[in-house]
Design a binder for this molecule. Sequence first.
Ligand code: AMP
Ligand code: MG
Length: 315
Amino acid sequence: MRGKYVTETGKANDAGMARAAATLRDGGLVAVPTETVYGLAARADSEEAVARIYAAKGRPGFNPLIVHLASPQAAERHADFNRTAQRLAQAWWPGPLTMVLPRKPGAGLAPAVSAGLPTVALRVPAHRVMRGLLALCDFPLAAPSANRSGFISPTRAEHVLASLDGRIDLVLDAGPCQAGLESTIVAVRADGSWQELRPGPIGLADLAAAAGEGDRGEAGGGIEAPGQLASHYAPGKPVRLGCETAAADEYMIGFGAVAGDISLSETGDLGEAAARLYACLHAAARSGKPRIAVAPVPARGIGLAINDRLRRAAA
Ligand code: AMP
Ligand code: MG
């Protein structure tokens, strides 16, 4: 195992991507922008490389990783796709959709990737840099969010460094992430029914439209989301939600008409709020104030996913 790391930051140009691919081939750790958040990538076919992800993040071994692939065809080598899974892949890949599917044994993924479960989480990402990297690698990439376990997710290279400097090999910097919230996770069962495990950029109505009517599984129908812990995305200070005003010792994160020290979106745009959520939480964490207050965010559309993350940040 490697001991100490010197974390370098590189531009996501051809030279940077070639270097990143070589580092990954050697079993190293590279933070890569995706359309959701920055991911911490390692080759998914190497038990040692995957173990380095868990070690760098301090991630509990029961919390499985998402495997990123260049194409739906590459994904089909690693899991069983029934009609529901095929329809969802057709509609949303490449994009911010992760599917938890029955794992094909013997397809070459390190067992630690799915924490010993018989299922595996797969995604075909859309971001130029992550796609470019996957094209240079002849192996899939395991990539959870590039932050210490339990803390705020990174949407900029500087957020990655704030959390993982000295613990990983390289950060590819390509500016802020567009969606700003982690992928929507859907479990698809062998019988074709499905269940949303984590709300994200793709809403339930859009999933249902793609999956086909009548295929929706019952909530709590037996599929586990081992990583969906009550406390997550934590800024390290108490967080109060649904606030119209802040106390003197609170750093206020505003939204719409509710002003703050910083705002998720002054115009009340939920897409902008999703993209800015983690940057606002990082700013609040860095501020001199010991507490954080957050304005109400409407629970519709991507606002559902924003409120999911805020509840866990406050738990
Ligand atoms: P992160 O990559 O940090 O956004 O976290 C990945 C998420 O995917 C966690 O919430 C995991 O629990 C979830 N996940 C990954 N693999 C599986 C699986 N096989 N079954 C259920 N959830 C999974
Ligand atoms: Mg994460």
